[in-house]
Design a protein around this ligand. Sequence first.
Ligand SMILES: [Zn+2]
Length: 180
Amino acid sequence: MAEVPVEDSRDFAAIPDAFQRLWTPHRMVYIQGGPEPHVEQCPFCRAPQLSDEEGLIVARGEHAYVLLNLFPYNSGHLLVCPYRHVATYDLATPEEVAEIGELTQIAMRVLTEVSRCDGFNIGMNQGRVAGAGVAGHLHQHIVPRWMSDANFFPIIAETKALPQLLGEVRAEVQAAWPAR
Ligand SMILES: [Zn+2]
């Protein structure tokens, strides 16, 4: 076996300067973990571990759950997620697909009752290229629409007028959710 050369640190030049050095060996563990974010950092893995109020959750099923979008396009914008951290719809099990569908139907009925909306946009963005904000964890958007909601705010100010606070919306939707 070849001998590994060991260098004495005193052989190296050490010239004092004005810089302070922050040594962060713990960062190496993170870097070695690879470029993918850790599952524990995924907001849709984390939310079910919180209380309904903290996680903005309105309903919990066996394989999937429903929560408010923290960055809603409209008041009452819901997301349906499987508990499992899977990226795309084709990776969902038949049980997950069935419950995501069932929860989506219930969410539509609840939102219609609570907010008297006139229509919905429902869909899944698959992959970052398709606009998925959290690309690693499948989520179905349910966006209620009103005849009057297409106002000029988003066009001129990139801002949406959201008439209700998230906490109020969450409580209202959860109260109207049918008992299982
Ligand atoms: Zn996740």
